[in-house]
Write a protein that binds this ligand. Structure first.
Ligand SMILES: C[S@@+](CC[C@H](N)C(=O)[O-])C[C@H]1O[C@@H](n2cnc3c(N)ncnc32)[C@H](O)[C@@H]1O
Length: 262
């Protein structure tokens, strides 16, 4: 059913039920107990950006700004581009010591920046909500400068455990995105929640004019059991070795792609 937008937020959330604007959903709390994943993602970003510096960075779908402070190390100017007004409100608090980070209400597919005006774009944990990221990738190609970089995190369906599962069933891994919403929450009016096949995403990026310069396999040890018994610093030491080693087999649940224009 077509809904009329009632406010600015509604026009920027594709008119779907959106947990990021739901006052009962606290995305900050989601990170409780996920220090390993948070550190693994930061490690990946630092690795991909090592030795680089940018003028204008934008974190697309950056939520409450979890990664914006890290990006400030690599860019003169950082903008948090986020379609949820609630996340932007939380960001105001979280980034109170970083007033130079701009906070803008923006959708990935319509970033409003001038052509070629951004030289670093990051998008982490947003691909879950983009079953067909083609309009977003086209927009990234528009706003990114010719020598700019982007880091796209892919929520990976082809991770090690699924590879084994499909192999044992004698089936091929799907190339299309797969919904990973629990049946109970799988309502038509919810925003999508999918995992992707990284090979398909790389083809979609190529179609938008991007080549992949580097791949990292991230959060390779994500497992509640392991997190209980292994000290975090040991997990992170192993993670550091596995990120590049397992990159080409897309082992981890999260794949980070460093991309540039062709
Ligand atoms: C799981 S959170 C990740 C937030 C942040 N990137 C991080 O890693 O902490 C997903 C974010 O994607 C945003 N989002 C959902 N659909 C989007 C879209 N079409 N364009 C831009 N952001 C979107 C949500 O509002 C939410 O803040």
């Amino acid at each position: 059913m077509k809904q009329e937008p009632t406010d600015k937020t509604a026009t920027t959330t594709k008119k779907k039920a959106d947990q990021y604007n739901d006052p009962t959903h606290n995305y900050l709390k989601y990170w409780d107990g996920r220090d390993y994943e948070n550190a693994a993602e930061r490690m990946a970003i630092e690795r991909l950006l090592e030795g680089k510096h940018f003028k204008n960075a934008v974190d697309v779908g950056g939520g409450y700004g979890r990664l914006c402070v890290l990006l400030e190390k690599y860019a003169d100017k950082v903008t948090l581009a986020e379609p949820s007004q609630q996340q932007l409100h939380i960001a105001k608090d979280c980034l109170q010591d970083h007033p130079e980070v701009d906070r803008k209400l923006l959708q990935a597919e319509d970033l409003k920046f001038k052509d070629g005006s951004i030289d670093l774009l990051t998008m982490v944990r947003v691909m879950h909500h983009l079953p067909n990221p083609t309009p977003e990738f086209t927009e990234f190609a528009r706003v990114l400068s010719p020598d700019g970089y982007a880091i796209i995190e892919v929520a990976n369906y082809s991770h090690g455990r699924n590879r084994l599962k499909y192999f044992l069933k004698g089936e091929k891994l799907p190339t299309e995105p797969v919904s990973i919403r629990s049946k109970i929450n799988d309502r038509k009016d919810e925003i999508p929640f999918v995992n992707h096949n990284p090979e398909t995403v790389i083809k979609q990026l190529a179609h938008a004019g991007f080549k992949v310069e580097r791949i990292l396999s991230v959060s390779n040890l994500r497992s509640p059991g392991l997190k209980k018994i292994m000290p975090r610093r040991v997990m992170l030491a192993i993670e550091g070795i596995l990120q590049p080693t397992l990159a080409n087999s897309y082992f981890g649940p999260s794949v980070f792609l460093l991309i540039r224009k062709e």
